[in-house]
Design a protein around this ligand. Structure first.
Ligand code: FAD
Length: 410
């Protein structure tokens, strides 16, 4: 007879571990299934930037979710650090979004009117930027100065969420989920859209079958593979990203830095400088950055590009030592927004995937939303969540990822 659990979560990245953590906190019996190791997907490679100022968030529900996601961390981080004894290298500092040319200045300023409604920020000129950090290139024309932004180590966050979830009763199973077990409504054939009342009843792993009331699909870029069985599209595609960790002589940067064309530059609390990331904006042709498989191969081209961008922003970095190059693939959705919630026509399954460039920032709030769905039937946070529901892709035939891929910054 199949082992039984209340909720089975597929994937132990930041999103799946957040779901397991919030569910376990609410006393739900939960198993977390991971085929390789905790954090073997995108979550281990991310910068861990929790930033509201990029172009990823747009006015309305997207920005509301971003704010709610940002506000999870000040209480979650100490909670996790206390539970696990780990240091998540969490820092909250002012940030500068730099403009090195006119195009960047126009772009940054075009977003500011609505960003200023929610975030304490202002435009400062090049001289003011130099006063804050004199080592920056004199080419800087000005910057959006934000009073507070944040960053942490995403891999440590991933490990801490998993460990804290386990301490609250969740069980981690290193098993690959091969398929779902389902009860189809009358007349529904495999691979066809459900007619209503179809139900996911469990999982088949490489080591047996598990029966459960609810499955949460949080398998990052691999979630797409389950769409065929459900007869419902799970439109997620890998978007490769690379970044570097550098060691250099000199004091850490006092602010978190980014620029639309040149990416981020962040002094981490372990003393290393993170620079990156490559993303859609670095390529002219869609196929050169939109993969079909998860790609964790660092490339010489990205290394050269990132080093040259970094030196453009902070010329003193010409002598920096390369400590590590990271590469991973983000779970890109066609509109760049996460896919969170129930699947039309199916009971017993929720999607929590497609977080694109913001899965660390939005992982914990996604965990809270899914835990609310499971325990209370609907999310309790004061954010309009319709924009993120899977049903927006119900009738999509061949999803187009070009625009969201090219827009991706971090
Ligand atoms: C270079 C780079 C920089 C980034 N910077 C940032 C940033 O600063 N801020 C930010 O918010 N986001 C950032 N991101 C994006 C972020 O990393 C992703 O959005 C996020 O990690 C997605 O998390 P996830 O849990 O959905 O997926 P993943 O972390 O990929 O986890 C999915 C897990 O599912 C497992 N799995 C897959 N299939 C199965 C199966 N069949 N059975 C069991 N387990 C399975 C995998 O092994 C994996 O562990 C960055 C990404 C990259 C690559």
């Amino acid at each position: 007879m199949a082992e039984t659990v209340d909720v089975a979560v597929i994937g132990a990245g930041v999103v799946g571990c957040s779901v397991a953590y919030y569910l376990a906190k609410m006393g739900v019996s939960v198993h977390l299934y991971e085929r390789e190791a905790i954090g073997s997907g995108a979550s281990a490679h991310a910068t861990g930037s929790l930033s509201l100022l990029g172009a990823e968030f747009s006015p309305g529900p997207s920005f509301q979710l971003a704010l709610a996601g940002y506000r999870e961390f000040p209480s979650l981080v100490p909670e996790l650090e206390e539970s696990t004894g780990m240091d998540l290298l969490y820092q909250r500092r002012p940030s500068l979004r730099l403009a090195l040319d006119e195009e960047e200045e126009t772009f940054i300023k075009s977003l500011m009117p609505w960003q200023q409604e929610h975030v304490a920020m202002k435009w400062i000129d090049g001289a003011e930027v130099q006063r804050i950090e004199p080592r920056l290139t004199k080419q800087v024309r000005g910057a959006a100065y934000e009073e507070e932004s944040a960053q942490l180590d995403s891999y440590r966050l991933n490990l801490a969420l998993a460990q804290a979830a386990e301490k609250k009763g969740a069980q981690l199973r290193i098993r690959e989920v091969k398929s779902l077990t389902v009860q189809r409504s009358t007349g529904q054939k495999p691979g066809q859209p459900p007619g209503g009342n179809s139900r996911v009843t469990g999982l088949i792993t490489n080591d047996g079958e598990i029966s459960c009331n609810t499955v949460v699909m949080a398998a990052g870029v691999w979630s797409a593979g389950f769409g065929d069985q459900l007869g419902f599209p799970v439109p997620v595609r890998p978007l490769k990203g690379e970044r570097l960790l550098l060691r250099y002589a000199g004091a850490p940067l006092p602010v978190l830095i980014s620029s639309p064309k040149r990416g981020h530059m962040i002094s981490r609390l372990d003393g290393l400088l993170s620079v990156g990331s490559t993303g859609g904006r670095d390529y002219d042709q869609q196929e050169s950055h939109l993969g079909t498989e998860y790609d964790r191969q660092p490339t010489a081209a990205a290394r050269m590009e990132l080093l040259s961008r970094a030196v453009d922003v902070l010329p003193g970095l010409a002598d920096a030592e390369l400590v590590q190059q990271l590469a991973g693939s983000r779970p890109l959705s066609p509109d760049g927004k996460p896919i969170i919630g129930p699947i039309p026509g199916w009971e017993g399954i929720y999607l929590a995937t497609g977080h694109t460039t913001k899965g660390i920032h939005l992982g914990p709030i996604t965990g809270r939303i899914i835990a609310d769905y499971v325990t209370r039937g609907s999310p309790q946070i004061p954010v309009e969540l319709d924009d993120f529901l899977p049903r927006r892709f119900q009738d999509i035939q061949s999803p187009d990822f070009t625009a969201s891929g090219l827009r991706a910054e971090e």
